[in-house]
Ligand binder design. Structure first.
Ligand SMILES: [Zn+2]
Length: 415
């Protein structure tokens, strides 16, 4: 447990006192567009590298893909090693905004802009926390690594996945991500994904003479087989099953009506289907893309096998199935030290005991967990994520940073 309460408390007071700086920093990050696609984050990364450099923090910029730099900075050394991770890219702004998406405007206690919650607030918090620790000259009892990746919104292959493979400092003993979660919950797990491409071939012909085989009809039959899995409940390992039951009331409020059961069931979405060329011709080819989400207790290989078996039984060898992307579901234990410290810090600072939950959507957290690193997602509540007028409460931003700072200092202790 913390051996350095006086330093820790002084830093927390300082953060509170300098919160306007944190808000300004976050607004500044929002004002540098980093929409993905196209995914060019170079300007934003350069700003952050300068911000850290001015505070005497050495940053390494890794650019495995042009225009998509990843930033890594480490304070302290040795063990334990905590990683504060975030991503620089944001969803495209799209239309329908009443407040310009790259204004970073504060209005009635809320901070607006594309990426406000997902996740420039989390990045701002991580930068501010790291800077405070550096400025105050705190000697950490371990290593604190800041890992900021590009390429999260489109899969993470050149972002976190690359960093985990290539940069030793990023493979910490635990990872904290300030993605939006709402301060009442801590994301400790995520459903898995299996993205599939279904292709069927047919024999072309004229509709009037019905001499042919419709590829689209075959594809529909295949999609019907896959869709039947939707809503199927999966038995999770006992400790996870307990979590899933416990989180139901909270997530129903947080994520919307009907979402409570989803963490424990398979979902299937036929996101795209494209077959044939015109109304009176029998289609010779059809292609569809399907998004399946897997609850804890079901692996992607297992689900893929089930699907292939189902297809073999109904459409024979006429369906070609390709895996576009996949990741198993991963859950960090709620008893992990990082999770316990987040809860105690939220209790101390905000007077709440956040509930550990399995999230429905993906964050880069899955990649850390897949690498065996206990990972927690804790950040502000966001509205309009991926849509228009994305915003967070300014107070949530400050509280996120406070809890992250306290947790970081508790986790690493003093050297
Ligand atoms: Zn995100």
């Amino acid at each position: 447990m913390p051996s350095a309460r006086p330093v820790r408390d002084a830093l927390l007071v300082e953060l509170e006192r300098r919160q306007a700086e944190l808000v300004t920093l976050c607004a500044h990050l929002i004002r540098i567009p980093s929409e993905n696609p196209p995914g060019n984050t170079a300007r934003l990364a350069a700003f952050i590298a300068r911000y850290l450099g001015r505070r005497g923090i050495a940053v390494r910029t890794h650019v495995p893909r042009r225009g998509r730099p990843n930033l890594v900075a480490t304070l302290g050394r040795g063990r334990p090693r905590l990683v504060l991770a975030g991503h620089l890219d944001v969803f495209p702004a799209g239309g329908g905004w009443t407040i310009p998406p790259f204004s970073g405007r504060v209005q009635a206690g809320r901070l607006y802009g594309r990426g406000a919650g997902d996740m420039k607030a989390g990045v701002a918090a991580a930068l501010f926390v790291t800077s405070l620790i550096k400025e105050r000259g705190v000697r950490l009892g371990g290593a604190l690594t800041l890992a900021l990746a590009s390429d999260e919104e489109t899969g993470g292959e050149w972002g976190t996945e690359w960093l985990l493979r290539e940069v030793d400092a990023v493979r910490g003993d635990a990872c904290l991500i300030g993605e939006s979660s709402g301060l009442g919950v801590i994301g400790i797990g995520e459903k898995g994904i299996l993205w599939l491409r279904v292709r069927c071939r047919g024999r072309p012909g004229h509709a009037a003479y019905a001499q042919g085989e419709s590829a689209t009809t075959k594809a529909l039959r295949a999609l019907e087989v896959i869709s039947r899995l939707s809503g199927r409940a999966v038995r999770a390992p006992r400790d996870v099953a307990r979590l899933l039951v416990k989180q139901r009331p909270a997530v129903e409020t947080l994520w919307g009506p009907g979402t409570a059961r989803l963490a424990g069931t398979i979902t299937v979405n036929i996101g795209r289907i494209d077959g044939g060329t015109q109304i009176n011709l029998i289609p010779s080819s059809c292609e569809a893309e399907v998004d399946c989400r897997l609850p804890p207790g079901l692996g992607v290989r297992q689900l893929e096998r089930q699907i292939r078996r189902g297809l073999a039984g109904s459409t024979g060898r006429e369906t070609d199935l390709e895996v576009i992307r996949s990741c198993d579901p991963y859950v960090t234990s709620p008893h992990e030290r990082l999770v316990r410290l987040l809860r105690s810090n939220a209790g101390e600072m905000l007077g709440i005991d956040p509930l550990p939950v399995v999230r429905l959507g993906m964050t880069d957290g899955r990649l850390f967990r897949r690498a065996g690193i206990p990972t927690a997602v804790y950040g502000p509540r966001v509205t309009g994520m991926g849509g228009s007028d994305e915003s967070i409460e300014v107070r949530d931003l400050v509280d996120t940073a406070r809890v992250h700072l306290g947790t970081t200092l508790d986790f690493l202790g003093e050297g």
